[in-house]
Design a protein around this ligand. Structure first.
Ligand SMILES: [Zn+2]
Length: 476
């Protein structure tokens, strides 16, 4: 598999530091509020990437951190007059529920920042010892950017451009260089703090990632992912911390960044009234619809969210499910329906597997080649859709074996991307109506059977007669 590496600016074959499982880390959530659909895009995208890599034969260990101590958590706790832990645990729970709902469950290990304070302290001590960090009395320990000339290599900035007025930065007029960032903040009164050798305080924003990855993976690992908005200064700071502390470079081989989301053409913001949480989105649409929207964009491209686009994707996903339901129907129906059959039915020779096997192979090749080429999910989906459009007109003529092969091929590809398969239930009154209609039809009482078909239609169910009996579908 080749991925676009932000560090080199090129698509590169994935190369590991060492044999064994591939080590991958993705920046997790800061748990201070309900996660929004921008967060969801990143987490769904990396979930699908890991699933695809596993599908392609990579053994991946997928690690994510949870930032459970942070200025925004502290501010919210003060607002609500509760402890930081109440806020952090509450929104961690929301996040985990969202992750389960979105089927973004490929993560092997979640690591909370506050569970790794000793690792964080060790890393800061190492940076102090190697003279990459200095102390500002009453404030904290800062990374000295003048000691790390490579700063900016990921985002292609210099340390002089280290602040852009937009990014989260650490403010202090006593810093040596403008872009210096905080490693350890001394606690002010009333703030949460950990008593450590560095003094009572809490970690800066960037240090938890490198402490956690060093704990699990060591000083170098294979893939680091995150949203594009984290590239600078956050990921740049991570490189500085890890490479300065351990003297090994590169800290990470491949940096993968997910594109950002807009809603209705604008950056999401509460003041524009286009801010949408994952829960709000899931009240209207299914997790598979959202995943299909995410995967129908290349992961590095910007993605716009609108209800109309979601409805289009909903429609497209129902089309896939209907295709699979038809395959199942052809696989499971009794071979010979009894009684009178349409003349046309009698003439049909089932299409053998050999006839659609080349189409299945073409789909599989296109699907795999697309994913291997910088995780081109729109290409992968196109392979599935074009297979369906070729097979659909012949679907009710497939032999059981051919239908089963089509079903398994499509569902396996969907599974590789983390899309799930569930069919609308057919209630008993509907299947009873269908049986009565079929009985009329077998007795060649076509007026009666047509009447029941219209009744089913008005209830939202369509019927198609097939050589294996009627296929019924809820038209949502
Ligand atoms: Zn991070």
């Amino acid at each position: 598999m080749r991925l676009y590496n932000t560090l080199s600016g090129k698509k590169e074959r994935i190369v590991q530091f060492k044999d064994g499982p591939l080590h991958m880390f993705v920046c997790g959530p800061t748990v201070y509020d309900d996660p929004h659909i921008g967060n969801a895009r990143t987490f769904v995208m990396f979930d699908a990437l890991v699933r695809a890599m596993r599908g392609l034969g990579y053994q991946v260990i997928y690690l994510q951190n949870i930032t459970d101590i942070d200025d925004r958590i502290i501010a919210r706790a003060a607002d609500e007059e509760v402890s930081w832990e109440v806020i952090a645990r509450r929104y961690e729970k929301v996040y985990m529920n969202n992750v389960r709902s979105l089927n973004a469950t490929a993560v092997d290990t979640y690591a909370r920042a506050t569970d790794y304070i000793p690792d964080i302290v060790e890393q800061v001590k190492l940076l102090i010892k190697k003279k990459h960090a200095y102390k500002i009395e009453g404030d904290g320990y800062y990374f000295d950017l003048s000691t790390f000339p490579a700063y900016g290599k990921l985002s292609r900035r210099t340390s002089l451009q280290a602040e852009d007025g937009v990014s989260r930065i650490d403010d202090s007029d006593k810093k040596k260089n403008r872009g210096d960032f905080c490693l350890w903040k001394f606690s002010k009164s009333g703030e949460p703090s950990w008593k450590t050798e560095l003094g009572a305080g809490r970690p800066g924003w960037h240090i938890e990632d490198t402490a956690i990855t060093n704990h699990f993976f060591g000083p170098q690992y294979d893939i680091h992912g995150g949203g594009l908005d984290l590239k600078f200064p956050h990921h740049e700071a991570e490189i500085a911390q890890a490479e300065a502390a351990y003297g090994k470079r590169p800290f990470v081989k491949t940096w993968v960044h997910a594109g950002l989301i807009t809603v209705g053409g604008h950056k999401m913001s509460k003041s524009l009234n286009n801010f949408m949480t994952i829960n709000e989105m899931l009240e209207k649409f299914s997790p598979d619809t959202f995943r299909l929207l995410v995967l129908s964009h290349h992961y590095r491209s910007p993605m716009d969210y609108t209800d109309e686009l979601m409805r289009n994707n909903e429609e497209a996903y129902r089309g896939i499910l209907k295709f699979l339901a038809k395959c199942l129907h052809m696989m499971s129906a009794p071979r010979k329906a009894q009684g009178v059959r349409h003349k046309a039915d009698e003439e049909i020779e089932p299409i053998p597997l050999e006839e659609i096997a080349p189409e299945i192979e073409t789909m599989a090749k296109q699907f795999t080649a697309s994913l291997e080429d910088d995780f081109n999910t729109p290409g992968g989906l196109a392979a599935i859709f074009s297979f369906m459009s070729v097979v659909n007109p012949r679907l009710f003529k497939l032999s059981k074996v051919a239908a089963a092969a089509a079903y398994h091929a499509v569902s396996a590809h969907l599974g590789t991307l983390g899309l799930t398969i569930s069919f609308p239930k057919i209630p008993k009154n509907i299947s009873d109506l269908m049986k009565s209609r079929e009985a009329f039809r077998r007795r060649a009482q076509f007026m009666e059977s047509d009447r029941l078909r219209k009744q089913l239609d008005s209830l939202g169910y369509s019927i198609e007669d097939t050589p294996e009996g009627p296929f019924i579908w809820k038209e949502f």
